[in-house]
Ligand binder design. Structure first.
Ligand code: MOS
Length: 741
C-alpha cells in the first residue's frame, strides 16, 4: 500500500486527540483509579541510612494500629525471586536488590517495609510506627570524591566505553585555535505528575495489575518471574499514564511488593508512591562531569574533538548515562576521542531520562562548539555549516536522512538570527541584557519488534489493538489515522485500543520508538487483512477476483482495482457474502534489515533568546524556537505538542532542575515539587516549533521518531544565549542567579 498515492489522507493532518475528551474531563483512568471491591492500601517504609544492615525491626505498634492488615519486612515477607538487573536482554528487570529479601541496605530510600491497611490514611499512620535499628557502615555519597575510583563501564548499550579515531590529543595540541573546558550537569529527577501506582488483584492463581508503566510487556514478564508464575498468568493493564519520561520504563521493585502482598492477603492491594518516594524509587538522571576539547584551523575546520568524563551509578546495579553517544556523528572531524568512566555511590540506581545521553551530552558539546565559534570570531551557525559531514564520521555509514543544516537555515530565518549582533553584552532591552543562542539537537532512530491485531467487522468498522502505551504522545490518535488510511476508512470508523498485555506485544514507549514500531506492525496487520480478503474473493465472482494485493487500493470502506477503480466492493459486501461477522488478523513489524547499513538519527536546531537582569542575575526566557527533521510527521498537532513539551523540560534543565544529595546523610533533600523546581507557565513564553520537510527512505512510514529530541540541545542554546547576553559562560547546570552574580 502506497500512502502517498491517495488523496485526503488522515496521516499528517493536525487531527485532535481521540482520547482528548476523556483526558480533559478526568474520565481517563490512571492505575490508582480502579475501584476494586475489598481494596487494601499499601504504604512503603524506606531506609533512612545510606549503607549498612538492619539489626532489628519493631513492627508491633504498627501491627496493632487500627485497620492494619499486614506489615511485611525482610523478617517475614513472602519470597520474591530475583529477575536480574535490567539490560539489553531484559530491559524491565527489577534489579539486583530484591525488596524485603534481606537485611542489607545500599541507599537511603530503599524499600525495607510494607504496611497494608483498609484505608490509605491508616496505612500511612501505621507505616510511621515501624522502627528499624541499623548497623550503619561508611557510605559513599560524594561524586567528586568517588571519581578516583571511577572505572570504565563494562559496556554502554553494546558500545565500548572508549572510542578513538586518529590521534585527538596530538591534533588538539597542534590546532591553531582550541577550547578545552569542563561542563557539569546535576542529578535530575523525571517528576511525572502521576506518581507510580499499581493496583494488584488475584483471581485464582492469576494476577491482574493496573500499573503505571511505559512497558507493559516487560512488567508482565518480570512480575511473573519474581512471583514465580507463568507470564500467561499475569495481565498488566495500563491504559493511560500521566507522564513517564523514562522513569516508568522499567519494572521497579514496588510492583513486586504489591503483587506479593495481594497474593498473600487474597485481596486487591493498591500501592501508590508519594512524591518524595519518586525521588528514590524509580531512577533519575546521573550527574555528569564532562570535558570537551575542540581544536580547529583558523578557517573553522574542526581538527580535534575530545569528549570524556564521568557519571555515577549505584552500589549494586550498573546504569550508564551515555553522554558521548551523540558526539560521534555530529561533526566532520578526523581525530576524535570519546571515553566515559563510572563511579559507584550509595544512591538508588539512575535510569533513562528523556533523551538519555544526548540531553546532558549536547549541553557540553554544543556549549563547546559555541565557545569555539567565539574563539574563532565566527558565527556559530556558520561554524556548524563548515563542519557538516557527508556521511557518519564515526562509522562511515551514509545517513538515511539528515536535515541539520535545513533546520539551522529555516530556523535562522524564522527566528531573525540576522538581528543578532555578535559581540556579547551588545544587545539590550532597557535595563535587561538580551542574548540569542543556538545549539544542535540529535536523537537516534530506534525500532523494536511490535505486533498488532486488526478486526474488520461487517458494519465496515475496524478495531485495532496493541499493547502500547499512552502517556501523552498520542499513540491512539496517530494509529487511528494510520489504520484509517491503510484500510481506506474514515478515522471515525476505526477504534484503537492499547494498554493491555492481552493485546499483541508492543515496543516500549521509550527511545522515541513507539510510533514507528507500532506503526509498522499496524501496517503489516492491515496488509495481511487485505491479503486475507483477496484470498476470500479469489474463490467467488467478485470484481476483485484474481487481484493481487499490490493491484488494489483500500478506499471508501472497501477494495478497488488500481487500474479500474469502478471494479471493487466494500468490506461489508465481501464479509456478508461469506457469512462472516468479521475478519481477524494479527501481524508483527520488525526493523527493516537495511536499517543496519545506515546511520539513522533525527536532527534539529534550537534557538533561544533570553533577557538577563544584570543586577539580580535572573534569566528569563523571552523566545524559543525549535526546528526539527524527524522524517514524515504523522500528526502535525501532536508532534508539535511533543516538541513544545520537550523544549519546556529543556528550559527546566537549563535554568532550574537539580536534586541535591546531602553527603552527610546520603539523602536527596529537595524531594518535593516546592524545592525541585520545574518550569511553570509563567516561566515559559510561547514556544515556537516546526518540522522541516523530510521523509526517511529507510525507516517505516518514513518517520524517525519524535519526543525526546525536543529536549536535546535546549540547555546549550539557553547557556549560549546567556553568554551572548552577559559575557559569562556558565558550564555548570542549572544556570541559577548566584552563578551569574
Ligand atoms: Mo525515554 S528516557 O526513552 O522514556
Amino acid at each position: 500500500m502506497n500512502l502517498e498515492r491517495k488523496a485526503n489522507l488522515a496521516v499528517g493532518k493536525p487531527v485532535n486527540r481521540v482520547d482528548g475528551r476523556l483526558k480533559v474531563t478526568g474520565a481517563a483512568p490512571f492505575s490508582a483509579e480502579y475501584p476494586l471491591p475489598g481494596l487494601l492500601h499499601a504504604v512503603l517504609v524506606q531506609s533512612t541510612i545510606a549503607r549498612g544492615t538492619i539489626r532489628s525491626v519493631d513492627a508491633e505498634a504498627a501491627r496493632r494500629a487500627p485497620g492494619v492488615v499486614a506489615v511485611y519486612t525482610h523478617e517475614d515477607a513472602p519470597k520474591l525471586i530475583p529477575t536480574g538487573a535490567p539490560g539489553l536482554t531484559n530491559p524491565g528487570g527489577i534489579g539486583s536488590i530484591v525488596p524485603l529479601q534481606g537485611p542489607e541496605v545500599y541507599f537511603v530510600g530503599q524499600h525495607i517495609g510494607l504496611v497494608v491497611a483498609d484505608t490509605l490514611e491508616r496505612a500511612q499512620y501505621a507505616a510511621s510506627l515501624v522502627r528499624f535499628a541499623y548497623d550503619a557502615t561508611p557510605a559513599r555519597t560524594r561524586f567528586d570524591r568517588e571519581l578516583v575510583n571511577a572505572r570504565p563501564p563494562k559496556d554502554m548499550m553494546g558500545a565500548p566505553p572508549e572510542s578513538r579515531h586518529g590521534d585527538a590529543e596530538a591534533a588538539l595540541s597542534a590546532a591553531e585555535v582550541k577550547v578545552d573546558h569542563t561542563y557539569t550537569t546535576p542529578f535530575e529527577h523525571h517528576n511525572p505528575i502521576e506518581p507510580h501506582s499499581i493496583t494488584a488483584s488475584w483471581d485464582g492463581g492469576k494476577l491482574t495489575a493496573y500499573n503505571a508503566t511505559q512497558q507493559i510487556t516487560g512488567n508482565r514478564l518480570n512480575l511473573a518471574k519474581t512471583l514465580g508464575i507463568p507470564a500467561a498468568d499475569v495481565r498488566v493493564i495500563s491504559r493511560f499514564v500521566g507522564g513517564g519520561f523514562g522513569c516508568k520504563g522499567r519494572s521497579w521493585p514496588h510492583i513486586a511488593l504489591a503483587g506479593m502482598a495481594s497474593r498473600h492477603l487474597g485481596r486487591p492491594v493498591r500501592l501508590s508512591l508519594k512524591r518524595s518516594q519518586l525521588f528514590t524509587s524509580n531512577g533519575y538522571r546521573s550527574p555528569t562531569i564532562q570535558r570537551v576539547a575542540l581544536g580547529a584551523s583558523r578557517d573553522g575546520t574542526l581538527r580535534a574533538l575530545l569528549h570524556t568524563g564521568a557519571t555515577l551509578t549505584s552500589e549494586k546495579d550498573d546504569f550508564v548515562e551515555i553522554f558521548t553517544k551523540g558526539t560521534h556523528h555530529m561533526y566532520e572531524c578526523h581525530d576524535v576521542k570519546t571515553s566515559q568512566v563510572m563511579a559507584r555511590l550509595n544512591v538508588p540506581v539512575p535510569w533513562f531520562m528523556r533523551a538519555p545521553g544526548e540531553s546532558p551530552g549536547t549541553f557540553a558539546l554544543e556549549s563547546a562548539v559555541d565557545e569555539l565559534a567565539c574563539a574563532l570570531k565566527m558565527d556559530p551557525i556558520a561554524l556548524r555549516v563548515k563542519n557538516e559531514p557527508e556521511k557518519d564520521p564515526g562509522d562511515g555509514r551514509p545517513f538515511s536522512s539528515r536535515s541539520l543544516l535545513a533546520c539551522f537555515e529555516q530556523g535562522a530565518k524564522r527566528f531573525g538570527w540576522d538581528r543578532r549582533t555578535a559581540e556579547p553584552r551588545s544587545m539590550r532591552d532597557g535595563r535587561y541584557l538580551v542574548g540569542m543562542g543556538v545549539a544542535a539537537a540529535t536523537h537516534p532512530v530506534h525500532q523494536m519488534p511490535s505486533s498488532a491485531r486488526v478486526r474488520l467487522s461487517i458494519d465496515g468498522s475496524a478495531l485495532v489493538q496493541t499493547g502500547g502505551q499512552e502517556m501523552g504522545m498520542g499513540l491512539a490518535t496517530v494509529m487511528t489515522q494510520l489504520s484509517a488510511d491503510l484500510l481506506g476508512l474514515t478515522p471515525e470508523k476505526v477504534r484503537f485500543e492499547l494498554g493491555d498485555s492481552e493485546f499483541p506485544n508492543a515496543a516500549i514507549a521509550g527511545g522515541s520508538m513507539q510510533t514507528v514500531s507500532v506503526g509498522s506492525s499496524v501496517q503489516a496487520a492491515c496488509a495481511k487483512l487485505i491479503a486475507g480478503l483477496l484470498e476470500l474473493v479469489a474463490r467467488d465472482d467478485s470484481p476483485l477476483k484474481g487481484a493481487k494485493p499490490d493491484e488494489v487500493e483500500a478506499a471508501g470502506g472497501g477494495l478497488y482495482r488500481k487500474d479500474d477503480s469502478s471494479k471493487g466492493e466494500t468490506y461489508a459486501e465481501i464479509l456478508r457474502r461469506h457469512r462472516m461477522e468479521s475478519l481477524d488478523v494479527e501481524a508483527g513489524g520488525t526493523p527493516p534489515a537495511e536499517a543496519r547499513k545506515y546511520s539513522m538519527h533525527s536532527y534539529g536546531a534550537q534557538f533561544a533568546e533570553v533577557r538577563v537582569d544584570p543586577e539580580l542575575g535572573e534569566v528569563r526566557l523571552s523566545r524559543f524556537l525549535g526546528v526539527f527533521g524527524c522524517g514524515t510527521i504523522l500528526n502535525a498537532k501532536t508532534a508539535r505538542s511533543q516538541m513544545i513539551g520537550g523544549i519546556t523540560m529543556g528550559v527546566g534543565m537549563a535554568l532550574m532542575e537539580e536534586t541535591h544529595l546531602d553527603p552527610a546523610s546520603g539523602k536527596f533533600v529537595n524531594d518535593n515539587l516546592a524545592e525541585y523546581l520545574v518550569p511553570t507557565h509563567a516561566d515559559i513564553p510561547a514556544i515556537d516549533a516546526f518540522f522541516v520537510d523530510e521523509h526517511d527512505p529507510i525507516s517505516p512510514l518514513g518517520a524517525k521518531g519524535i519526543g525526546e529530541i525536543g529536549i536535546v540541545g535546549v540547555a546549550a542554546a539557553v547557556a549560549n544565549a546567556v553568554y551572548h547576553a552577559t559575557g559569562r559562560r556558565i558550564r555548570d547546570l542549572p544556570i541559577t542567579p548566584e552563578k551569574l552574580l
